[in-house]
Design a protein around this ligand. Structure first.
Ligand code: NAD
Length: 483
């Protein structure tokens, strides 16, 4: 029986108010139970908010560089433990060990970046209309912030919400996804050992709907940063807006990659395969629609299918595996359902399209990397996020049509163009409706020191990551001082 993990509230690991437990199995092999954790409820969420509120004045008044030092120490601990954390992460979420370690090191990098930002927080001064007036503005923390995170980046996303929130002087309650509590525990262990004062960051497990309501309604929660699915995010925001609390939403994507007439075929195939299949396609920035000039279409599809078939699907802990399982059975059913629906609506499977059950794969949620052709804007798969290793290819006749097709979605997170034509690249950068725009690189991947977020229904509220993240977690005070 694996260890039982509890909520982290007011600096202590505490069993939840109800004795209910939640079990998580390894998505690569459900015979392995990975963790058992407390199922938090409304009472635990309220206790966490109360602890964060109590801790706020002391943390807010601590000099920012001292707050940054805690992040630097936590980053060092994360780096030192990256191999062990990555193993737990892979067993819990399914990513390959290399992906899990890379993400753990990314979390450390995020802490380091915001640790440094602690020394760059500051006021702005202005000229005044009248004589003898000292006019300036300050950015102040908000108070208690609630951070709701998904399972697909179980360490990077909690880190990229927590680090700017904490360095700005807020205290926080994190609600991680039910599928990935253990990775969140490992992150919090590093923060606690780095000397984070009790109550400054709290971790509560539990059902999103129940805890989300507490955060939306509780007056002490001054902001909510949510990453997850669109419907859940919109519902949460509608409720929280009743009391005009700040809400930041990072939602879905339906990210296009355009190969243009001049673009390098091999690079386009490599970017499409990376974008569609890394992390088993479970990235908000995953490439899900590829637009290819009609005369290059068949060659592209053949090469992408070859790249898909070259992937080694299996348990992410095994050497040589390049694509892990989907996160759980519901995801497996959803992804296979999307493929069936696409076929029913007229798409053709060029490769993959089915569950993999050979040998030990039968015990996990494995799906073959899938390339669909004949995908059109009339199909459901054109519009709805699949969140699995499935990509559709669509031919186009001229570049304006490709750009219009790329923008034909309610989402606007990431986009990519493969070209050797500078004028085309500039036209695309201007015309594409996306917050993360790539030229000759894949739709996936994001540096921690630059703004991250989308256009249209992919995001709402100010950007995450980079210095911009500090805007969301602070409020402006303008001071007129007559000297
Ligand atoms: P999800 O919406 O099911 O869950 C996200 C989080 O919200 C979880 O912690 C969940 O427990 C919680 N939750 C569930 N119901 C809630 C409610 N009623 N109120 C408040 N919280 C609630 O999403 P998921 O399946 O964990 O993640 C996948 C989704 O996340 C995809 O749509 C993906 O595109 C999106 N995502 C977006 C980004 C981005 O930055 N744009 C990054 C990663 C993932």
């Amino acid at each position: 029986m694996p260890e039982t993990y509890h909520n982290f509230i007011d600096g202590r690991w505490q069993a939840a108010a109800t004795a209910e437990l939640h079990e998580n199995a390894n998505p690569a092999d459900v015979r392995e139970l990975v963790s058992v954790h407390s199922r938090g409820s409304r009472a635990d969420a309220l206790a966490a908010v109360a602890a964060a509120r109590k801790a706020f004045p002391v943390w807010r008044d601590m000099p920012a560089p001292a707050r940054g030092d805690v992040l630097f120490k936590a980053a060092a601990l994360l780096r030192g433990r990256a191999d062990a954390i990555a193993r737990d992460f892979t067993r819990e979420e399914g990513k390959t060990l290399a992906e899990a370690k890379g993400e753990t090191l990314r979390a450390a990098q995020i802490f380091e970046f915001y640790g440094g930002e602690a020394r760059r927080l500051g006021a702005r001064t202005f000229v005044a209309d009248g004589p003898g007036t000292f006019l300036y503005s300050l950015r102040e923390p908000l108070g208690v912030v609630a951070l709701i995170t998904p399972w697909n980046f179980p360490i990077a996303i909690p880190a990229w919400k927590l680090a700017p929130a904490l360095v700005a002087g807020n205290t926080a309650v994190v609600k991680p996804a039910t599928n990935t509590p253990l990775t969140a525990v490992r992150l919090f262990e590093c923060l606690a050992e780095a000397g984070l004062p009790a109550g400054v960051a709290n971790l509560v497990f539990g059902a999103g709907a129940e805890l989300g309501q507490v955060f939306a309604d509780e007056p002490d929660v001054r902001a909510i940063s949510f990453t997850g699915s669109s419907d859940v995010g919109k519902g949460l925001a509608a409720r929280a807006h009743q009391r005009l609390v700040k809400v930041q939403l990072e939602l879905g994507g339906k990210n296009p990659l355009i190969l243009d007439e001049s673009g390098d075929m091999a690079r386009a195939v490599a970017f499409a395969a990376d974008g569609a299949f890394s992390a088993t396609g479970q990235k908000c920035t995953a490439t899900s629609r590829v637009l290819v000039p009609r005369r290059r279409h068949d060659e592209f599809v053949d090469k992408l299918a070859l790249a898909a078939k070259a992937l080694v699907v299996g348990n992410g802990l095994d050497a040589g595996v390049t694509m892990g399982p989907l996160v759980d059975e519901a995801a497996l059913r959803r992804v296979l359902g999307c493929v069936d629906q696409a076929k029913g609506e007229g798409a053709t499977v060029a490769c993959g399209g089915a569950r993999l059950t050979e040998g030990d794969l039968a015990h996990g949620f494995f799906v073959a990397p899938t390339v669909l052709t004949g995908v059109t804007p009339a199909m459901t798969i054109w519009r709805e996020e699949v969140f699995g290793p499935v990509v559709g290819v669509t031919p186009y006749d001229d570049f304006d049509q490709a750009l219009a097709l790329a923008n034909d979605t309610v989402y606007g997170l990431a986009a990519s163009l493969v070209t050797n034509d500078l004028a085309r690249a500039l036209r695309y950068v201007r015309g594409i409706e996306a917050g993360l725009v790539h030229v000759n690189s894949a739709t996936v991947g994001a540096a921690c020191h630059v703004p991250f977020g989308g256009y249209k229904e992919s995001s709402s509220g100010s950007r995450e990551q980079g210095r911009e993240a500090l805007e969301f977690f602070t409020q402006l005070k303008t001071v007129y001082m007559d000297m």
